[in-house]
Design a protein around this ligand. Structure first.
Ligand code: PEP
Ligand code: MN
Length: 345
């Protein structure tokens, strides 16, 4: 920790700062320049993280040396993490290709969509059974019945499943059916929920909040990691922008930045980031090119009757074409994409 003192700090204040630091059990290293005095605090920074050092008279600023997300940081863990989602490796060169409808719908439709996306090379199937909706009158999801459908369809098509959990009271129940728990953008800072999924043994797909900074995202990941659950995959799904031409603002730079700051895998979700099917392929390619560890896409076989997010869904044939393009990008980057079971001409 570094303390920068005010330009007019008196000798009495400087002496007090040093006494205070030493009384806390740390060594202080004084550095006096012509205009400013700096005090370096030597010792375990974590023990001082929440101390009100800025309140000491004469202190202008407090600069931590280490990031506050010590478990999520690259310093703590220089190697890329690899997360095992029921047999599907994600991170460290392995790509998660997550696809499926926004909401879990009737079994036959789920079966058709799963079959199609699996054939195109998806390796994780998605669908929300608990939907966080802006309107209380909009479709809220099928609940536990939806979880049963999702689990059954995932098993039939040999794909692990990911689904959102919105309520700390439902974590144990959702974890019974799902291979990975999704924390949605609206709940990224629901700290009680983060603590609960941290206690569960399931991998967690943590989506960036729509107004969250990269630091906020990594601090939320820290909540999960600090509970002893190391299996966290981050997801860039766009942040609020000023231009409603796209649903959100796809922050592709955050992917590259997160990979500098953290060892955790990060995937992109161009469906929620753009809200426009015609923009999804370009943003998916850009995400992979920026270093993302996977792509999350909403797919529906009849978007005009979808229970939620129909206007942004790709048709199975469009998803198949996109997967062909992503295979090319992955090859350039020497990353592993699951094989397609469709013959492509
Ligand atoms: C979803 O995945 O369907 C969803 C609601 O996503 P987000 O939390 O990113 O809006
Ligand atoms: Mn959705």
């Amino acid at each position: 920790m570094i303390l920068i003192l005010r330009s007019g700090a008196t000798q009495e204040q400087i002496d007090h700062v040093i006494e205070h630091v030493e009384a806390l059990g740390f060594a202080a290293h004084l550095s006096q320049g012509t205009h400013r005095t700096i005090v370096g605090i030597i010792g375990d920074e974590e023990r001082l993280r929440h101390a009100p050092l800025k309140a000491i008279a004469g202190v202008a600023d407090v600069l931590p040396v280490l990031p506050p997300y010590k478990l999520a940081s690259r310093e703590a863990h220089p190697q890329d993490s690899l997360v095992d989602v029921s047999g599907v490796a994600v991170g460290d060169g392995h790509l998660a290709m997550i696809a499926g409808p926004c909401s879990v719908e009737e079994p036959d439709r789920m079966d058709r969509i799963a079959e199609a996306v699996r054939a195109s090379g998806a390796n994780i199937f998605r669908g929300g059974a608990f939907k966080p909706r802006t309107s209380p009158y909009a479709f809220q999801g099928l609940g536990e019945d939806g979880l049963k459908i999702l689990q059954q369809v995932g098993k039939k098509h040999a794909m692990p499943v990911v689904t959102e959990v919105t309520d700390p009271r439902n974590v144990a129940m959702v974890a019974e059916y799902a291979d990975m728990l999704q924390i949605g953008a609206r709940n990224m800072q629901n700290f009680v929920l983060l603590t609960e999924v941290g206690k569960s043994q399931r991998p967690v797909l943590l989506k960036r909040g729509m107004s969250a900074t990269v630091n906020d995202l990594l601090m939320s990941a820290e909540y999960v990691l600090s509970q002893g659950n190391p299996r966290v995959i981050l997801c860039e799904r766009g942040v609020k922008g000023f231009d409603n031409a796209t649903r959100n603002l796809f922050d592709v730079a955050s992917v590259a930045l997160v990979q500098q700051l953290s060892h955790l895998p990060i995937i992109v979700d161009p469906s929620h980031a753009t809200g426009r099917p015609e923009l999804i392929p370009a943003c998916a390619r850009a995400g992979l090119a920026a270093g993302a560890d996977g792509v999350h896409v909403e797919v529906h076989d009849c978007p005009e009757v979808a229970k939620s997010d129909g206007p942004q869904a790709l048709l199975p044939a469009q998803y198949d074409e996109l997967m062909g393009q992503l295979r090319g990008v992955a090859e350039l980057l020497n990353k592993k994409l699951p094989d397609s079971q469709l013959s492509r001409t």
